[in-house]
Write a protein that binds this ligand. Structure first.
Ligand code: GAL
Length: 259
């Protein structure tokens, strides 16, 4: 039996529209032949979530921006017991689509333990432009003379045991920042992820694995990030504005990516 892989996925509120194509494309192309199980955090009853037996839905109401992203590790920690069963665990942003077969070369070895992706906006930028947390009071703080890469928060994972450690630590650090330090790091969970990687040597993937749709980058498109502007914009997706995206139009756009 091939290794067991847990995929963590959050699609509260409007983000549920991304699920169907995410699921189809990852089922087909991500670690083909591996035994995958999807843990989907949502409050939706959408039919697309109820059909497959490799999908477990965990009730999660929309928390509002930025808590939907900030509390992701708290959500994952709530199912820690279930995650113990898995050899590998990965998290993906809702609006990702896997376009090509991705095999076990992306898996970290025992030394690397974890896997992260270079942020598509910073892979070619000078360290001085990285958007690390610069407030020394935050547990996500990275001093000016530290840090070699800026990683995206939208795709990370690793060997189950080590990724569960990451989940617990980042949940605790984010809670401590909020409750004791009374602050939220500049890029929320992503800031804490970058701080966590500073003391570690994870496997590093190129932006081919987090390629923003509609942008020209010198990488293959292996996993693309759908442009939220085509779905009513970031604010509409995050539920900040009332103008809900027009679902029919969205379905048409998503149809384009059906594989
Ligand atoms: C943006 C991205 C954010 C965050 C930020 C970091 O391009 O949309 O989610 O990663 O970069 O500076």
């Amino acid at each position: 039996m091939k290794n067991k892989v847990a995929i963590l996925y959050i699609c509260t509120g409007n983000y549920v529209i991304f699920w169907e194509n995410f699921y189809k494309s990852f089922s087909r192309h991500f670690l083909p032949g591996y035994q995958k199980k999807y843990f989907v955090f949502t409050e939706s009853n959408d039919a697309s979530l109820q059909t497959a037996n490799d999908v477990r839905v965990i009730y999660q109401k929309k928390l509002g921006w930025p808590y939907d992203t900030l509390y992701r590790f708290r959500m994952f920690y709530s199912i820690d017991e279930q995650l113990k069963d898995f050899d590998y665990i990965f998290f993906f942003n809702a609006n990702m689509i896997c376009l090509q077969d991705i095999d076990d070369r992306i898996l970290p070895n025992e030394q690397e333990r974890l896997v992260v992706v270079k942020h598509p906006g910073f892979f070619d930028k000078d360290r001085s432009l990285f958007t690390y947390e610069t407030n020394p009071q935050s547990l996500a703080y990275i001093p000016d003379d530290k840090g070699e890469y800026y990683f995206m928060g939208g795709f990370n994972g690793g060997i189950g045991k080590y990724y569960r450690e990451l989940i617990k630590t980042l949940k605790e650090n984010i809670d401590y920042d909020l409750q004791t330090n009374k602050l939220i790091a500049i890029w929320h969970d992503e800031s804490h992820l970058n701080r966590y990687m500073l003391d570690r040597s994870p496997k590093i993937l190129s932006p081919a694995y987090g390629y923003p749709e509609g942008v020209e980058l010198p990488f293959e498109q292996k996993i693309i990030i759908l442009d939220k502007n085509r779905f009513g914009g970031h604010n509409a997706m995050r539920g900040i504005e009332k103008n809900r995206p027009f679902i029919g139009k969205i379905k048409k756009i998503l149809h384009f990516f059906k594989i």
